[in-house]
Design a protein around this ligand. Structure first.
Ligand code: PBG
Length: 337
C-alpha cells in the first residue's frame, strides 16, 4: 500500500524540524495584525478587575495611557476604547454619547497626545450611554415589545461619530447594526472635513451569546431590556452577512468586521474571497473567557491556545484581529513562541 496517492509521498518530511515547518508556513500572525480593545473608568491611577474576563481590567485614563504606550513600543498598531459609563450618565436619549467631554473622548485626546504613533479606534453605538442598554434609541410601547428606532438612532450615531472624530479618533467603528449608518456617518465626516477618518464597520455582527462578559465590562448587562435580535444578525445566516458587508462597503466603509470571531470564520473567509477588502474579526469577550476558564482549570495551555486561535483568524483570511490578548500576544511574538 502506498503511503499517499503517489509513491514516496511523505508529508511528514516538511514537518520534521522547526526550520522546515517555518519554511512552508502559509500564514503568520504578527503584531501588525492586532487591535487591542481596552476598558476605561473614571478616576485617577486606578484599575478594576472584570470578573468574567480574568486578566482584563478597567483602567483610568492615566493608567490606560501608560499601557497603550507600552503596546505601541511592542508595535501594536491600534487600540479600541470602550467606556464603563456611570449609571447616572445613562439616559434614554443617550446624549452622553456626543458629549465632547465624555470618558472615551477625553481618553482619545490623552492617548493621541501621549502616543501619537498608535491608532485610536472607537465604537459608534449608543449602548454604553443608553438607560435601556440598546445600541439604538428605544421606543417603549404599552403591551408590546419595545422598538429600536432606526433613523432616529442614525441621527444620534452621526452626532456621536462627529464628537469622536473631533476628539482625535482615527478609526470609527459603527457597531450598532442600524441600517444606513455607515453612509450617514461618512457623509457627515466629509462635510466636517474629517476626510482621513477610517470607518471600520461592524458589518456582519451577530446577535451572539458570546458578548456576555463585555456587557459586564461596560456595565450594560443590568440595563439591557430584551435582546438585540431585531438589529444584530441571526447566527444561522451566511448570505445575509455578505449583503451587509457589501452594503457597508458601498456606503463608504474602508474596512469591515465579522463578529464574533472563531465561531464565524466561515464568514471571514467568504467575505475576503468575495470582496477582496480589508477584513477584520473580533475575538469577543466570551471567546476570551472560554480560553481563560479552561486555562484556569488547567485544561489547556493558555498561551498556546491563545496564539493558535489568532493563527486561525489569519488562516481564514483576516487582516486584523481585535483581541483582548493583543498586548500579551505582542510580547509572546517578540519572545518568539
Ligand atoms: C456594543 C458592542 C458590543 C461588543 C462590542 N461593541 C456588545 C454588544 O453588541 O452587545 C462586544 C465585544 C465583546 O464581547 O468582546 N455595541
Amino acid at each position: 500500500m502506498p503511503l499517499a496517492p503517489f509513491p514516496h509521498a511523505r508529508p511528514r518530511r516538511l514537518r520534521a524540524e522547526d526550520w522546515r515547518r517555518r519554511l512552508v508556513r502559509e500564514t503568520n500572525v504578527t503584531v501588525d495584525d492586532l487591535i487591542w480593545p481596552i476598558f476605561l473608568i473614571e478616576g485617577v491611577d486606578r484599575t478594576e478587575p472584570i470578573a468574567a474576563m480574568p486578566g482584563v481590567e478597567r483602567m483610568t485614563i492615566d493608567v490606560a495611557t501608560a499601557k497603550v504606550e507600552m503596546a505601541a513600543r511592542y508595535g501594536v498598531p491600534c487600540v479600541a476604547l470602550f467606556p464603563y459609563t456611570e449609571p447616572n450618565k445613562k439616559t434614554r436619549d443617550c446624549s452622553e454619547a456626543w458629549n465632547p467631554e465624555n470618558l472615551v473622548c477625553r481618553a482619545a485626546r490623552a492617548i493621541k497626545d501621549a502616543v501619537p504613533e498608535i491608532g485610536v479606534m472607537q465604537d459608534v453605538a449608543l449602548d454604553p450611554y443608553n438607560a435601556l442598554g440598546h445600541d439604538g434609541l428605544v421606543e417603549e410601547r404599552a403591551g408590546k415589545p419595545a422598538r429600536i428606532l432606526n433613523d432616529e438612532s442614525v441621527e444620534a450615531l452621526v452626532k456621536q461619530a462627529l464628537a469622536q472624530a473631533e476628539a482625535g479618533a482615527d478609526i470609527l467603528a459603527p457597531s450598532d447594526m442600524m441600517d444606513g449608518r455607515v453612509g450617514a456617518i461618512r457623509d457627515a465626516l466629509e462635510a466636517d472635513g474629517h476626510t482621513d477618518v477610517i470607518i471600520l464597520s461592524y458589518a456582519a455582527k451577530y446577535a451572539s451569546s458570546f458578548y456576555g462578559p463585555f456587557r459586564e465590562a461596560v456595565g450594560a448587562s443590568g440595563a439591557l431590556k430584551g435582546d438585540k435580535k431585531t438589529y444584530q444578525m441571526d447566527p444561522s445566516n451566511t448570505d445575509e452577512a455578505l449583503r451587509e458587508i457589501e452594503g457597508d462597503l458601498l456606503e463608504g466603509a474602508d474596512m469591515v468586521m465579522v463578529k464574533p470571531g472563531l465561531p464565524y470564520l466561515d464568514i471571514c473567509r467568504r467575505a475576503k474571497e468575495q470582496f477582496a477588502c480589508p477584513v477584520s474579526a473580533y475575538q469577543v469577550s466570551g471567546e476570551y473567557a472560554m480560553i481563560e476558564a479552561a486555562a484556569q482549570n488547567g485544561w489547556l495551555d493558555r498561551r498556546a491556545a491563545a496564539l493558535e486561535s489568532l493563527a486561525a483568524f489569519k488562516r481564514a483570511g483576516c487582516d486584523a484581529v481585535l483581541t483582548y490578548y493583543a498586548l500579551e500576544a505582542a510580547v509572546w511574538l517578540r519572545e518568539g513562541s
